[in-house]
Structures are given as structure tokens and as C-alpha cells.
Design a protein around this ligand. Structure first.
Ligand code: ASP
Length: 308
């Protein structure tokens, strides 16, 4: 019998690096751990929102990925994390930005969605909300890794502001899921881009750009150069292509990334799931670590383009 559940996770689109090649096996293990945990939750009756939160939280714990522990550092050497979650069954969403001491920004985004009457909380308000929801907090030393300190040093060799704004290394994690009731959800969490200006907010926490879910259409999580995902309204454009042009999830992802945004001189990556469990994955970069379990229950993982 087919399990009518399906899930996709990603670990950020971008260029290949020696660090990724060196830790290749650990990337696969991290993706697999995240997706298996989340799948088990839905298999046992948990909802798509639970699965998305669990998948993303697992990757936030993993310092290889640029979210939670292991987040990128801004120009001043601090981390400012963004996250969003959206429940396609009721079109509710929660988003947080400029988070600097909450271990799981994705859980904080869920708290915004479920425990407040707001959609978006930023900056100092995030600490207060996390405290009142009894979410785990940690000091900066918990989040900062030597790898991200090295990345910042490398990015700062240029003294020119132009280069500083143009040369972006980044990463993100995200998940989309369909549960036993046919409900879908999306979640995205990021440390943003290395050496960015303090206060910079990316697409991951912007509903319709790096995160979107609507039970009638699809759920999408995005990654890449956030500025382009914001201006291209990427997640919602995929939903619009499925809704108005009747494209499959894969065709809609391909169209939005490779045709509609072919002019973009930046990194773009997306994962998508439809309410029937149809899966779409597309990225214009060398790598996008990813894993998916389709409705037949089969697990797939990949980092580079050729691994389909
Ligand atoms: N989109 C994220 C941001 O711009 C980074 C990434 O996905 O790599 O903040």
C-alpha cells in the first residue's frame, strides 16, 4: 500500500567548495537524519507542519548547514538568523528575522504563527517571545563555528564596498511536506549571507519569496541569493505557475528558475511539493544538498546536479 506522505529537504544552493567535498558523507548523513525523523513523525500521524519543523530543526542543530548552529556571520562578526513556516491547510504563517540567540528559529516562527496574532516578529522582540514560549536560548558562542569565522575572514579580504555587497557566500535549510491528511507545509531557516551588512534580511523569512504553502496549490522553500528570491517573488511565482498554467511541480520549478529568472546573475534553488505529493526540485548552482521521500516511500539524496 502506498503511504500518502512525502517530504523534501534542502541544505542550501550555492557553489561547490573544498569544505563541502571534505564533509560530503556528513552532509548526506545530516540530510538523511533530518528527513527520516520528519517522515517518521508524519508516518505516525503527525501533521506536515510538525514534519517541516522537525526536519528544519535537525538541520539547524547541524553545524555543517548555515542555519541555527553554524550560521553565517555578518560584516561585524555576529549572526542574525531568519526563518519562516507556513501551514497550507489554513494559510497561516509565522516569520522571524534578526534572531541572535534562539537555538531553533524555525520553532520561534511556528510560535509566531500559532501563539500570536502576528505573522512577523523581528529583532529584540524575538528574544522576548522565545522566552515566553520557553524555547531554548543560547549565547553567541553556541552558534559561531570556526568554519564560519574562516568564511568571514575570506570574504573580508576585499576592502571595497562593492565587492562586499556582491560577493555573497550563503546557505539555508528548508523543508516541504505532505501529510496523511493531504495537508502541506513549508519551512525555511537561514544564517543569511557571509559578510552581509548588519541588519540585512534575506528571503527565507519572507512569505512568497523563500517560503510559501497553500493546500490548493503547493508548498515551496527557497534558497540562494535572497535579494533575487525577494524581487523575483520566487516561491509564489512557482505556485502561480502551477495554479494558472497547470504545470507539474517539477515543470513549474524549472520554468521559474531557468526561464523566468534566466537573467538573474545569482544563485537560486527551490524545492516544492503539491497536495498530491508531486515533487519539484530545481537549482541553477553547482550544488544543493537535498533529500526527498516520495509517495512510494523511497529515499533519494543528492548534493550535486548530476545526482538525480
Ligand atoms: N537565501 C538565503 C538568504 O539570502 C541564503 C541562502 O539560501 O543561501 O538569506
Amino acid at each position: 500500500m502506498k503511504n500518502r506522505i512525502a517530504i523534501v529537504v534542502h541544505g542550501g544552493a550555492g557553489g561547490d567548495s573544498g569544505f563541502i567535498r571534505m564533509h560530503r558523507d556528513e552532509y548526506y548523513k545530516g540530510l538523511e537524519r533530518s528527513i527520516r525523523r520528519a517522515y517518521r513523525v508524519m508516518y505516525n500521524g503527525g501533521c506536515a507542519v510538525d514534519a517541516v519543523e522537525i526536519a528544519v530543526a535537525s538541520l539547524e542543530n547541524n553545524e555543517l548547514f548555515n542555519a541555527g548552529r553554524g550560521s553565517a556571520l555578518n560584516h561585524l562578526g555576529h549572526m542574525e538568523m531568519d526563518a519562516a513556516i507556513m501551514d497550507g491547510s489554513n494559510m497561516k504563517a509565522g516569520a522571524v528575522s534578526l534572531v541572535n540567540n534562539v537555538k531553533h528559529p524555525i520553532s520561534l516562527a511556528r510560535a509566531v504563527m500559532e501563539k500570536t496574532s502576528h505573522v512577523y516578529i523581528s529583532g529584540h522582540g524575538t528574544t522576548e517571545l522565545a522566552r515566553s514560549c520557553q524555547l531554548d536560548l543560547a549565547g553567541e558562542s553556541y552558534f559561531i563555528t570556526s568554519h564560519q569565522e574562516d568564511e568571514l575572514k575570506k570574504a573580508q579580504v576585499s576592502e571595497f564596498m562593492d565587492d562586499l555587497l556582491r560577493k555573497k557566500t550563503h546557505g539555508t535549510v528548508g523543508a516541504v511536506a505532505m501529510d496523511l491528511n493531504g495537508n502541506i507545509a513549508a519551512g525555511t531557516s537561514t544564517g543569511g549571507s557571509v559578510n552581509c551588512l548588519p541588519g540585512r534580511i534575506g528571503d527565507s523569512c519572507i512569505i512568497g519569496s523563500g517560503c510559501y504553502a497553500n493546500n490548493r496549490i503547493c508548498a515551496v522553500s527557497g534558497t540562494g541569493d535572497g535579494e533575487y528570491l525577494i524581487t523575483g517573488v520566487i516561491a509564489h511565482s512557482i505556485a502561480a505557475s502551477i495554479h494558472y498554467e497547470r504545470l507539474s511541480a517539477q515543470d513549474a520549478c524549472d520554468k521559474v528558475i531557468f526561464t523566468d529568472n534566466a537573467h538573474v546573475d545569482g544563485d537560486l534553488g527551490v524545492i516544492c511539493i503539491s497536495p498530491s505529493g508531486d515533487i519539484g526540485i530545481a537549482f541553477n548552482t553547482e550544488r544543493m544538498p537535498r533529500a526527498w521521500i516520495d509517495t512510494s516511500g523511497k529515499l533519494h539524496t543528492g548534493i550535486y546536479k548530476e545526482e538525480y
